[in-house]
Design a binder for this molecule. Structure first.
Ligand code: GLA
Length: 380
């Protein structure tokens, strides 16, 4: 009787001891990542059962690390970025961040909505012609978002929330934005963008991850093979602003309907490649129905890493990292030369507020902005 009593007591004690230490164990999936203007920011880790790992900071909702296996099962970080928050604040060319209120360019930083002219910051000047880029001087990429982990329907997720005030960066209306990242055990990153407004406003949200499937810092991406499921694109002028035309890609170096190495035709004598200094254009995806379908695929045959991009968006900006110039030093201490990363930014077309025949980017009160993009990794 006595012995039984003591066995019971020691078992209870052992359980209490374990529970105590479990509670005290710091949550290894959230780490401090420094301060921005005196405010703490954090690094949140999402990991799946294959070891795929994402580290995301709530500064700009930025993907800082993204580890995926190669064909031998070795994990490599396939996204360009920095080790410190200071580098992100001081010099990031939009590495891995969320972009808003309007992804890509708006001509001269001006648009007319319901007979009123709005003036936004002209924070970019390709070809010496000023325009508004990626939401302005302090876009969503430079804001601190509220963040919390969620158990999403597809996997563990991180939910980010930000309220962009009426007049912020010149845009009308209070815009309430939620972006959710979910990592699944099929090695998919699902990004859901949601927003509501109290006044009509343009909205075009995306993520600006720069990929190098060999691993960041491992040379350029010119031998990556790209397919884009788009028969048309929106050509630009020398200021990288859409002319308003929607042109077939057939017969041009912008035709990626069949797989091509990114570098194969990038230096061809073609006006669009001259204006873009390479690829920096919006492709009009064949899917215009708003369903989630495949938009692009990329394979790096050296590592076997294969990326598929799915989206509900009607467009995708393929940017071949033409403005990288070797001056930025990345996470593994190596510099990022020209074309050492590429972006596939799912989006509505650039400068849509000034082109009424493009799919509308205007969100009205009572409507819900809702788009989804999925990046899936496997090996070949
Ligand atoms: C986008 C633009 C590019 C460039 C990058 C950021 O992809 O289309 O022209 O501005 O962002 O450097």
């Amino acid at each position: 009787m006595k012995i039984k009593f003591w066995i019971l007591m020691s078992t209870i004690f052992a359980f209490l001891l374990i529970a105590f230490f479990q509670c005290r164990k710091p949550d290894s999936s959230v780490k401090p990542f420094g301060q921005v203007n005196g405010q703490e920011v954090y690094l949140y880790t999402l990991e799946n059962e294959n070891g795929v790992r994402l580290e995301i900071t709530n500064y700009g909702g930025t993907i800082v690390r993204w580890l995926v296996p190669d064909r031998e099962g070795n994990l490599g970080d396939i996204t360009l970025g920095f080790n410190t928050i200071e580098d992100y604040v001081d010099k990031s060319p939009y590495f891995g961040c969320l972009i808003g209120r309007y992804g890509n360019r708006i001509a001269h930083g001006k648009f007319v909505l319901n007979e009123k002219t709005y003036t936004l910051a002209a924070n970019n000047e390709p070809g010496g012609i000023p325009c508004h880029l990626h939401g302005g001087i302090k876009g969503f990429d430079k804001r601190i978002w509220d963040a919390k982990f969620i158990d999403g329907e597809a996997g563990k997720g991180l939910k980010l929330h930000y309220v962009s005030k009426d007049g912020e960066e010149g845009y009308p209306g209070n815009l309430d934005v939620t972006v959710t990242y979910q990592l699944t055990n099929e090695n998919k990153l699902i990004i859901d963008y949601n927003a509501t407004t109290d006044q009509p406003t343009p909205v075009n949200l995306t993520n600006h991850a720069y990929f190098n499937l060999k691993g960041e810092g491992n040379g350029n991406i010119l031998d990556h093979e790209l397919t884009i499921f788009a028969d048309y694109m929106t050509p630009v002028d020398e200021g990288l602003i859409p002319t308003g035309e929607i042109l077939p890609v057939a017969g041009t170096p912008l035709d990626f309907t069949e797989p091509h190495e990114i570098g194969e035709r990038i230096n061809m004598d073609h006006e669009q490649l001259k204006f873009g200094l390479g690829y920096d254009h919006n492709w009009v995806l064949n899917n215009q129905a708003g369903e989630l379908i495949m938009a692009a695929t990329v394979i790096d045959s050296t590592t076997g890493r294969f990326m598929e991009v799915f989206t509900t968006e009607p467009g995708i900006q393929f940017y071949s990292g033409n403005f990288l110039d070797g001056n930025l030093i990345g996470k593994s201490g190596k510099s990022y030369p020209i074309r050492s990363g590429f972006c596939l930014e799912t989006q509505h077309y650039p400068d849509s507020p000034n082109h009424p025949h493009f799919p509308s980017t205007i969100l009205n009160p009572g409507e819900v902005y809702q788009t989804r993009t999925v990046y899936q990794f496997s090996v070949k």
